[in-house]
Design a protein around this ligand. Structure first.
Ligand SMILES: Cc1cc2nc3c(=O)[nH]c(=O)nc-3n(C[C@H](O)[C@H](O)[C@H](O)COP(=O)(O)OP(=O)(O)OC[C@H]3O[C@@H](n4cnc5c(N)ncnc54)[C@H](O)[C@@H]3O)c2cc1C
Length: 287
């Protein structure tokens, strides 16, 4: 196996990426090391994020939440600021892999795998999150939905490091919901998932809604038609059933070993029916 380098600053890490042969950024290794063992990746050297100052921080400003790429999933999920302002993400991370995977795996690693089944991605899309990339020329920023370009494909250029993801705190009163359907309840890759953020007015009508589905297309699927349909309506069973029909038209699922395309399409619409319960105020979030 290749050597592992442990830079202590971001500048040092970028320098190593520029000067070494076939480097690979190593975060938690839960994905990368599996690929190396299977012979799918053969890095010349690993550049670890482990000792880089600030690479694991979770920060809260008056308006924003900032999660550094090297932050372990378990820490993000348990962080009070994430529970308060990004519960949809905390809910998703709570059902990602196992405790061991959540302790080792990082948000940056999950984003970088760019899998349509990557559990952090639907919440990050629904939160309208942005990413910040560090490279030899400095930082560049873009929405996460532009950063993810296809299965396993991102806009990261050679020599760059994904440094952080950030999102604006949703307005008070916003409901957060994440649900993943897998083949079993634990340690399961999603067959379909839904992240939803919505804000009901005092009369129960929805004034803002943001939806993102996982595992039903080559990347995360959003449906502006479904969101527009829901606006200014109460989340009754009838309204949500209508939204479900639109969602089924928006998704582009495939059949694979986990589920058929028809099943995924049906469930993508059905998951919207869950939003009725939180809209009634019985359980606004899971945390
Ligand atoms: C048993 C098991 C169960 C799993 N279950 C799930 C699940 O339920 N849901 C799910 O979404 N995933 C799951 N995974 C996949 C994986 O654990 C996650 O995607 C995890 O978040 C990857 O993070 P990591 O820090 O381990 O990434 P790594 O393995 O270290 O890296 C993954 C890739 O991203 C690159 N990379 C990492 N960080 C950066 C960075 N900051 N900048 C640039 N490149 C970077 C690496 O070079 C590598 O190519 C599972 C994996 C295993 C082994």
């Amino acid at each position: 196996m290749a050597d592992v380098l442990f830079p202590v600053s971001l500048d040092q890490a970028l320098d190593l990426l520029a000067k070494t042969e076939a480097p690979a950024v190593l975060a938690g290794g839960t994905d990368l090391l599996v690929q190396v063992r299977q012979g799918k990746k053969t890095p010349g050297i690993f550049v670890s994020l482990d000792r880089i100052e600030g690479a694991q921080e979770i920060l809260e400003t008056e308006t924003e939440i900032i999660i550094r790429a090297g932050a372990p999933l378990a820490r993000i999920m348990a962080h009070p600021a994430i529970r308060d302002h990004g519960s949809v993400l905390a809910q998703a991370l709570a059902v990602l892999g196992s405790p061991q995977i959540r302790n080792m795996g990082t948000l940056g690693g999950n984003i970088m795998t760019a899998s349509p089944a990557g559990d952090s991605l639907p919440p990050l899309y629904a939160l309208d999150a942005r990413v910040q990339l560090a490279g030899p020329e400095g930082f560049r920023r873009m929405p996460v939905r532009d950063f993810i370009q296809g299965p396993g494909k991102t806009a990261l250029a050679p020599g760059e490091i994904l440094w952080q993801a950030n999102f604006t705190k949703p307005a008070p009163g916003t409901c957060h919901w994440f649900e993943k359907v897998g083949q079993r309840t634990a340690l399961s890759i999603s067959m379909v998932s839904l992240a939803a953020l919505f804000r009901p007015d005092p009369d129960g009508r929805v004034s803002k809604v943001s939806l993102a589905w996982g595992s039903v297309g080559p990347t995360i699927v959003e449906s502006p038609e479904t969101e527009t349909f829901l606006l200014n309506k109460p989340l009754t069973r009838e309204v949500l059933a209508g939204a479900g029909d639109l969602a089924r038209q928006a998704v582009r699922p495939i059949s694979d070993i986990r589920a058929t395309a028809d099943f995924r399409r049906q469930v993508a619409g059905n998951l919207l029916m869950r939003l009725e319960t939180p809209a009634k105020g019985k359980r606004l979030t899971r945390y």
